[in-house]
Design a protein around this ligand. Sequence first.
Ligand code: ZN
Length: 187
Amino acid sequence: MVSAYSDSPALVLNADFRPLSYFPLSLWSWQDAVKAVFLDRVNIVSEYEREIHSPSFTMRLPSVIALKTYIPLTRRPAFTRFNVFLRDRFACQYCGTAQPTSELTFDHVIPRSRGGRTTWENVVAACTDCNLRKGSQLPKDAGMHPRRAANEPSNHQLQQNGRAFPPNFLHDSWRDYLYWDSELDPV
Ligand SMILES: [Zn+2]
């Protein structure tokens, strides 16, 4: 992952200069970024030191680009494994311990064997120990209740959580665009 990130990718901003997504970050390879520049689809916002040369031109690789056409963000976040973990801040919802994603599991609050469904409202992140301890019991029988009631998060909520868990590789020129609106956003 780091090698892909470190080969001069461009951070892609929407036409309003906000990142298209925080998780995963919207990154284009430098080849795609340069192509989009020549197709006049993006504005270059910031550049790397690294240059590319051809017989007819020299250009610095873009590190941040902004789309010329605004893309409306989908209103509802996808119900994915990763987004559930992100909603729950990568922490077990029973003991509160933060875990790497490889150590986290899903728990059905109302077990499937008791009719519980696989939905935002019934699935929470849980560490392996808590998941095993709870087993197929109802929360009240196990005495284990999620710390926060499970619900469908908004994109805004996921973005807020995403800011607290920055990816491993961030180019300096990206930081402003990933964080500058965090204090100005009306909540
Ligand atoms: Zn736990």
